[in-house]
Design a protein around this ligand. Structure first.
Ligand SMILES: Cc1cc2nc3c(=O)[nH]c(=O)nc-3n(C[C@H](O)[C@H](O)[C@H](O)COP(=O)(O)OP(=O)(O)OC[C@H]3O[C@@H](n4cnc5c(N)ncnc54)[C@H](O)[C@@H]3O)c2cc1C
Length: 390
């Protein structure tokens, strides 16, 4: 049965997240963007309210909410500010590999830490010479006795400067390409160095850092899953986190659309509010369609996960479409504002900058198309129900 009717609990959770975004995030979002302020207080409040670590299983102290629940929360938080939303949601990316593949002992220790205090974790895959093609990574992990010794550097790591532990991908077999990558949990106090905080175009309230490992030693049991199976863990992680990025994109697009609607009713040119001009109406109509379809694709990709089904193509559809749509909607929102849209005193300028990163991180728009093309040309399974024909 196809039914996206939200339960009463889901509606209340969505309201809670919306209320938080409206009262705690929106009032500071533009100022934090201007000054690239780290939203520590907001993180602490969101953690208290249960708006972080939402998928962590109950046996490790988390609320164990569904992927659809997560999307409801992510859309609202990013409606408030997607930079702050990224800071709040990043634990989901760092913890997914651990929840998927780590030993019970490791889960208890590291997932447990995040539910006991408002701490952060980061996901470290990207390197200066290995972005879309992670098989080119140079970070290594060498087994020495009962330890792993990690050497290398990861760039563009969200929350990297504030994380208390890191999920790190490293080569354990240098000759084996993506089949030689393993995944590890590395506590910050093992000697991780934070080198550089990036000065970004958008999502400026989020932290993006370079983290370096110089002979960092971790216990042997900090390997996540099997040796040389890290690439698979990373890909399974992205299937689980791309719906959340799509939900964030939906939130950003919705915010831009709402600003554009309000402005178009207030701004008068040629004797009428510009909303009376059909060219403006059509831009607003296209925004509404894109927000609606982004949300449907997002929810579809999340519900498949909640049903225990593979969602690789659906999460790429959702991430690709919602991110591209957010960029288009924000660009058009600036157009609706005319010259004022280009000025920092008006809200849509920030949203257009913020939207850009949604087409880049967690797999660029081109990489999503590669996944979609591969899954479409060489399907690996019997087609699952989707909201629309694939
Ligand atoms: C703000 C921010 C936060 C981030 N957070 C994290 C994080 O927390 N953890 C982490 O590990 N990484 C993170 N990243 C890294 C991000 O995931 C990468 O930037 C992204 O995957 C692209 O890699 P790249 O920048 O090296 O670009 P490249 O891979 O060099 O790509 C450059 C261009 O070539 C295109 N391209 C590459 N290969 C192909 C191909 N085969 N076919 C067609 N086009 C192709 C790309 O789409 C892109 O347009 C973050 C990045 C930013 C900017």
């Amino acid at each position: 049965m196809v039914d996206f009717t939200l339960t009463e609990e889901q509606q209340s959770m969505r309201e809670l997240a919306h209320d938080f975004a409206e009262k705690e995030i929106r009032p500071v979002a533009w100022e934090y963007d201007r000054d690239a302020t780290w939203p520590q207080e907001i993180i602490e409040k969101a953690w208290e309210l249960g708006l972080m670590n939402i998928h962590l299983p109950t046996e490790y102290g988390g609320p164990g909410l569904s992927y659809l629940d997560g999307c409801l929360i992510e859309e609202e938080l990013s409606w408030g500010c997607s930079g702050i939303g990224t800071s709040l949601g990043c634990n989901g990316l760092a913890t997914a590999p651990v929840a998927l593949a780590a030993s019970d002992e490791l889960k208890r220790e590291y997932l447990g830490r995040l539910t006991e205090a408002p701490l952060l974790a980061s996901f470290c895959l990207t390197e200066p010479d290995a972005g879309s093609d992670v098989s080119g990574m140079k970070t290594t992990a060498r087994r020495v006795g009962d330890k792993w010794v990690i050497n290398g550097s990861k760039c563009f790591i969200t929350n990297g400067g504030y994380a208390s532990w890191y999920t790190v991908y490293a080569k354990t077999d240098k000759e084996a390409g993506h089949r030689g990558i393993s995944c590890f949990v590395v506590p910050r106090d093992a000697g991780v160095v934070v080198d550089k905080h990036e000065d970004k175009m958008g999502q400026r309230a989020s932290n993006t850092a370079t983290v370096t490992f110089n002979d960092v030693e971790i216990p042997a049991n900090h390997l996540v899953g099997e040796e040389n199976h890290g690439f698979k863990v990373a890909m399974m992680t992205l299937d689980r986190t791309r719906p959340a990025v799509a939900a964030m994109a939906t939130g950003v697009a919705r915010a831009a659309m709402e600003f554009a609607i309000d402005y178009s009713k207030q701004r008068t040119q040629f004797g009428v509010p510009i909303a009376m001009h059909q060219a403006i109406q059509f831009m607003i109509a296209d925004m509404a369609t894109k927000v609606h379809l982004s949300r449907l694709a997002t929810w579809n990709s999340a519900v498949l996960l909640d049903q225990g089904k593979r969602n690789t193509i659906e999460s790429s559809h959702a991430k690709r479409f919602a991110a591209d749509s957010a960029m288009e909607v924000c660009t058009d929102a600036v157009q609706v504002y005319g010259g004022y849209g280009f000025i920092k005193d008006y809200p849509v300028e920030k949203l257009m900058r913020d939207a850009k990163i949604l087409q880049l991180y967690e797999g660029t728009a081109q990489i999503q198309r590669l996944v979609i093309a591969r899954e479409t040309l060489l399907p690996r399974r019997v087609a699952q129900p989707t909201a629309a024909p694939a």
